[in-house]
Write a protein that binds this ligand. Structure first.
Ligand code: OGA
Ligand code: FE2
Length: 494
């Protein structure tokens, strides 16, 4: 079955309580209870998806409601149109551009990996800048897909290699060393080395005949990203968003506020993110990185990502492609065996993006899903939900902007509590600008109605984790561990 996400049949960004007519559409319900307590311990709130198409109105600020529509039951996936305003979307994009969007260096390939011995051939920058210039119509010192067509050796003048195929050639022949989707002068030099040119000709010959071998599972992604500080932000737009996320997820504000920096992602044409899990499966010989970093000194290679839920925001409308796909949502099984028995590669989200559920990008829309189950007995975070496999389909036309909001929860309750205690307690210790009022200590972590301070300052350690700066973004834990940046953790147990 295929469920395509459809635009809500209404205008405006919120519903009001008085708006009776709209409230009577479909099988909608009123707000469920927020987080509850059991034997002195907080239970993690998780919405009941009820059934596909189920509609719920959730109050996000007094008197203001957003609509949550169930798109899948396994995992629970909800779409929330107009969660962000157009202006907020623009603002987030601008913040990301100010930070500087970066392509991960972990996907960067070296010349050696591309089969070139640098001691034998030398790159003459001036010479190749001049050559690049001949194809560089917009004079931005790099070739986009269109411009590259006239500079690729072996392509006939009238041959239009679609961007997705050209992108595939870049990947398979290791031509685009920094994986940014553009060819720079050094890459142009590489392409014109005799052995590369020969391989390109051979590849093109197979492409013309349609005899290219079936695509290997291309892991990883093609995109650029920036991180925007979440815990100690100075931006109103982030502060407001934090409150809205706390309201809509019905999670304790401390969980929401002590979560990961917001990741803003830009995909260019040909950009995608193959199917992956946002969170790592629970295992006893690893620990959640977010708490381990703050509580203990734990070997980095033993850290795992503990992202209870994901809230993904679309920051623009995409011309074509770029849906968020959940290839096994609501299927009867999510085992590796089952997935590999499907008559197509469920992980491959390039052009013929096969999916069970595909959410269409629309400016301001949010998608919320749970990467983990909640343990019935403890009420706390349980195993990873195997159905939460997802990714971003190839953008075939236009640019796609999203932001990822990952809600961090340690599956060991006490560790999450100690983590929060440390973050909020230390934030009082290093209180600046009169924010925080000194009441955020351990007991608050289990106090239902504790309210967030206006601004939460976190310890320096946290600042380090936020990934504000850093060359190639590789000096922070998140960047090392984000499944976006290193290819294989995308679906680690395969
Ligand atoms: C991600 C992701 C989906 C999309 O960034 O982790 O799954 O639609 N993105 O871009
Ligand atoms: Fe993801």
């Amino acid at each position: 079955m295929t469920y395509e996400s459809v635009r809500g049949s209404y205008d405006g960004d919120v519903y009001s309580r008085e708006d009776g007519a709209q409230h009577n559409v479909g099988k909608e319900e009123t707000d469920p209870e927020t987080s509850t307590f059991h034997q002195g311990k907080m239970r993690l709130f998780r919405y009941d998806p009820v059934e596909v198409g189920h509609i719920l109105y959730v109050e996000i600020t007094p008197g203001r409601y957003v609509q949550m529509k169930t798109l899948a039951v396994h995992p629970p996936v909800f779409e929330i149109p107009h969660f962000l305003t157009k202006e907020e979307c623009e603002h987030l994009k601008n913040l990301a551009m100010d930070e500087g969007l970066k392509t991960s260096s972990t996907v960067n390939k070296t010349l050696k990996a591309s089969g070139v011995d640098e001691s034998k051939v030398a790159f003459n920058e001036t010479e190749w800048n001049t050559k690049l210039h001949e194809c560089d119509l917009d004079a931005d010192s790099q070739l986009d897909f269109d411009e590259a067509l006239s500079c690729i050796p072996g392509l006939e003048a009238d041959e239009a290699l679609p961007p997705s195929d050209l992108g595939r050639m870049y990947v398979e022949l290791i031509l685009d060393l920094n994986s940014d989707g553009f060819i720079n002068s050094r890459e142009l030099w590489l392409i014109n080395l005799p052995n590369k040119t020969a391989r390109i000709r051979k590849w093109l010959e197979q492409w013309r005949r349609g005899t290219l071998p079936p695509k290997g599972r291309q892991r990883g992604r093609v995109s650029d990203q920036a991180w925007i500080d979440w815990k100690e932000t100075k931006h109103d737009v982030i502060r407001k968003l934090r409150e809205r996320v706390t309201a809509v997820t019905k999670l304790d504000w401390k969980i929401v506020h002590s979560s990961e920096s917001l990741q803003v992602v830009r995909y260019r044409p040909g950009g995608l993110y193959h199917a992956h899990y946002d969170s790592t499966g629970i295992s006893s010989d690893t620990q959640c990185g977010h708490t381990a970093r703050v509580l203990d000194s734990y070997p980095e290679e033993k850290e795992r990502l503990c992202r209870y839920a994901t809230i993904l925001y679309y920051l623009n409308d995409v011309e074509e492609g770029g849906e968020t796909a959940f290839p096994v949502a609501d299927m009867k099984n999510n085992s590796k065996e089952f997935i590999s028995s499907l008559p197509y590669d469920a992980y491959d989200l390039s052009s013929s993006c096969r999916r069970n559920l595909a959410v269409k990008p629309e400016t301001g829309k949010a998608v919320l899903w749970y990467n983990h189950l909640v343990d019935d007995d403890t009420g706390w975070m349980g195993n990873r939900d195997g159905f939460s496999l997802h990714g971003g389909c190839e953008v075939t036309k236009g640019i796609k902007w999203i932001a990822n909001n990952w809600i961090l929860v340690d599956d060991v309750y006490e560790r999450q509590m100690r983590y929060q205690e440390k973050i909020f307690h230390e934030s009082n210790g290093t209180k600046k600008d009169g924010v925080g009022d000194g009441v955020f200590d351990a007991k608050d972590a289990t106090t239902k109605d504790s309210n967030p301070p206006g601004d939460v300052r976190s310890p320096n350690r946290e600042k380090e984790m936020a990934g504000e700066k850093g060359e190639e973004q590789e000096n922070t834990w998140y960047h090392h561990h984000s499944n976006r940046l290193s290819s294989p953790p995308a679906h680690p147990e395969l």
